[in-house]
Ligand binder design. Sequence first.
Ligand SMILES: [Zn+2]
Length: 215
Amino acid sequence: MKKCLYTGPKLVKKLFPDFIWESQTNKILLTFDDGPLPETTPLILAELDRLKIKAAFFCVGENIERNSSLAKEILAEGHLLGNHTFRHEKIWGYGKSKIHSVVSEFNEFVKDKFDYDVKYFRPPHGRFNHFLPPALNELQMENVMWNLLTFDYRNDLNIVKFAVQKFLVNNSIVALHDSLKSKEIIIDSIKTVFDEAQEKGFQFGEPSECLKYSF
Ligand SMILES: [Zn+2]
């Protein structure tokens, strides 16, 4: 497989330079998409606690609704909670006002529930269109992509190991999943990133330093 499959497409990065494609400091940020879920989130939180790492969770609103105590725990433990839409929506087919309303819906839900201001967005499936930047601009939010896709959702630890050993850098934003697809390998995937970082002398950063906020 080509390098850009893991590190993100160069042309898209050029076309959307305002998106956060890599950690803004020379430290690694772990990100977990699609939770929270009772089958995976508690395991991930325990492992992050053990390793003393703060991460970013791009949650799905429906999952927060079903598992609100887990979302509360994510926040209580000092992790960042980001917007991954309420229903894991395919926003790339939407216009600007529709994207604005979909993103706002999630933010308002989280604000009501936890009195937490959501500042960061990640598009479901990693796909978007040119209406996303102006919509997020209106909402004073930043879009967070990644520069290391681990393919953990394929549920094959060897693929994750290959990706991490080959492409982990000191400013990686690592995309992982808090979902049933990666349930069996997620803890070993986290360990893989941790071990590789230790071996290379890389550090993990707080979400706030890795995702510099410009608004
Ligand atoms: Zn997702």
